[in-house]
Unconditional design. Structure first.
Length: 246
């Protein structure tokens, strides 16, 4: 029988049963099991893992596990550049694009508000989300750890928070999004680019009070919705301000 010793670090412990958190433990492994197979068999989605040390050497997910092996499994490092050690993914994502599962519609809207291309449809099945993410190079956002275990998903983020505003903060902090944000550049409803239009074009399409009070308008060319800097806009600015103040 193959037995190996595992130690998971930081927030990866949240996926483990209490008795295995923040300590080394030894368990049986299937014959021919890979690093990825065992990490996920223990409950941790591979998308949450940034570095694996097997017997103190950085390895990829497809490395086979042998009897007596010791594995240390780490999440993203916030303050330390470990890029020379990384072997679990072939390529970083050049463009930050997301796809959110059916339970994260509020987060999807807030990410669009922040200027991040985010696909969302509550009719998407898990298989569709995985295929779209793999095809388009999108980061999967979900509270379903089984979805993140799908082999074709290379980048994903398990969202711990329950409220959309807290989810947005969590994703901003974990993925360091502040420098890439472009607030109010995308339509909250259809994820397409917004363009400024003249007050003359906007006024026939907005309530008279809005037409009288505001002089700057943005329009989505896809769904034709018009946005202005009213109370809803100010509320969004207040939500984003502490996330962008880094």
């Amino acid at each position: 029988m193959t037995r190996a010793t595992f130690r998971f670090y930081e927030e990866l412990n949240d996926f483990l049963p209490v008795e295995r958190r923040r300590q080394s433990f030894t368990c049986a492994c299937a014959q021919g099991a890979t690093v990825k197979h065992m990490i996920e068999a223990l409950g941790v989605p591979h998308t949450e893992v940034e570095l694996v040390l097997l017997n103190d050497e950085s390895v990829g997910f497809e490395q086979l596990i042998f009897d007596g092996d010791r594995l240390a499994v780490y999440p993203k490092f916030d303050a330390l550049d470990i890029s020379p050690l990384l072997k679990v993914r072939l390529h970083p994502l050049r463009v930050l694009r997301f796809i959110a599962d059916a339970h994260l519609g509020g987060l999807a809207s807030l990410l669009r508000m922040s200027g991040f291309d985010t696909l969302y449809d509550n009719a998407f099945e898990d298989s569709q989300i995985a295929e779209i993410a793999a095809r388009d190079g999108r980061i999967v956002l979900t509270r379903d750890r089984e979805l993140l275990k799908r082999r074709i998903i290379s980048h994903g983020c398990y969202v711990h928070a329950l409220k959309p505003s807290l989810q947005l903060r969590e994703v901003f902090e974990r993925l360091d999004l502040a420098r890439s944000a472009r607030p109010f550049s995308l339509c909250l409803h259809c994820n397409q680019a917004l363009h400024e239009i003249s007050p003359e074009l906007a006024r026939p399409q907005v309530p008279p009070r809005v037409a009288a009070l505001y002089s700057r308008f943005l329009r989505c060319d896809a769904c034709k919705r018009i946005y202005w800097e009213g109370s809803h806009w100010r509320g969004m600015c207040a939500l984003l301000a502490p996330l962008l103040d880094t």
